[in-house]
Design a protein. Structure first.
Length: 294
């Protein structure tokens, strides 16, 4: 009981740290250190496996940070294979909708870990990094510069594919199938915190959207990290949106040696890597014409 209380206190302290430090708010530059504190706060909760207490607490953390930043937050709740799942969606701005998404769950079993394939994955990069980028965008996007209604979507149940008969991207698929309004496009942010960052075009992603975002990265000086070449074809949360006719891309650094192992911990994540991705997406959303369809 004492250990549980101490773990809870640590999680609360790290959650506090995520909003401490330099003053942040609309119109302020994206802060990689702030995003990194979000990674630490999430991993301090333990593995965010769907249906477990750490998953619920992760949702509480995400929701509280979004509300503090002034976003309107909604939820989608449903049951899949006997497990209660929940997506969160934050909205801000006016105009045609655009969606940025990340999954907040972490894998229930480290099936690629040579030492112990049965333990859960901490999910610092695979899960927490994408969430951290979206949360820092929520704090720093300037509403006066947005030309769209921006949706920040946090998906449950992405990372359980192949375990117990589950497919991948359960949460994103649920959202894509129940959209009342289709966004102009969807950008999925997944595994973007690796210190040795090289993000290639994903083969199934919408070409014009890849080209636009990688061009912005080049303009901002991140061309060495955003490599304008196709390398992998990946099943991820962008696929359900593509299947429903919505342009979508996957921003993912798949060359990550700790993927689906117990070594996917916060010390493997770089604040500079988070900042580069965040700055590019901030420029996309705030630039005149940045979100226009081709």
């Amino acid at each position: 009981m004492r250990k549980r209380a101490l773990a809870g206190l640590l999680a609360c302290l790290l959650a506090c740290l995520a909003t401490c430090g330099p003053r942040r708010g609309p119109g302020i530059a994206f802060d990689g250190a702030g995003a990194y504190r979000d990674v630490q706060a999430q991993t301090a909760l333990g593995p965010r496996v769907p249906g477990l207490e750490a998953s619920r607490r992760a949702r509480e953390y995400i929701r509280s940070e979004l509300l503090r930043a002034g976003w309107v937050v909604g939820a989608e709740r449903w049951v899949y294979d006997g497990v209660e799942l929940e997506n969160l969606v934050a909205r801000r701005g006016q105009g045609p909708a655009v969606l940025l998404g990340a999954h907040y769950d972490s894998r229930a079993r480290a099936d690629l870990d040579a030492s112990d394939a049965t333990a859960a994955v901490p999910g610092a990069n695979d899960g927490a990094s994408g969430v951290a980028v979206l949360l820092e965008l929520a704090r720093t996007l300037d509403p006066e510069r947005l030309r769209n209604e921006v949706w920040l979507a946090f998906f449950d149940g992405e990372d359980q594919g192949g375990l117990g008969g589950w497919p991948w991207s359960v949460g994103a698929r649920h959202m894509a199938e129940h959209l009342a309004i289709k966004p102009q496009f969807a950008v999925v942010v997944d595994m973007v915190g690796d210190a040795h960052q090289e993000i290639y075009w994903e083969a199934q992603s919408t070409p014009w959207l890849n080209e636009r975002i990688w061009s912005l990265a080049e303009q901002l000086g991140y061309g060495g990290r955003f490599v304008a070449q196709t390398k992998y074809s990946i099943i991820d949360d962008h696929i359900p949106f593509l299947e429903h006719g919505i342009p979508a891309i996957d921003i993912i650094d798949f060359d990550y040696p700790y993927w689906h192992t117990q070594e996917d911990t916060a010390d493997k994540v770089s604040a500079a890597s988070l900042e580069g991705v965040g700055q590019v997406l901030k420029r996309l959303l705030e630039s005149p014409g940045g979100t226009d369809l081709p």
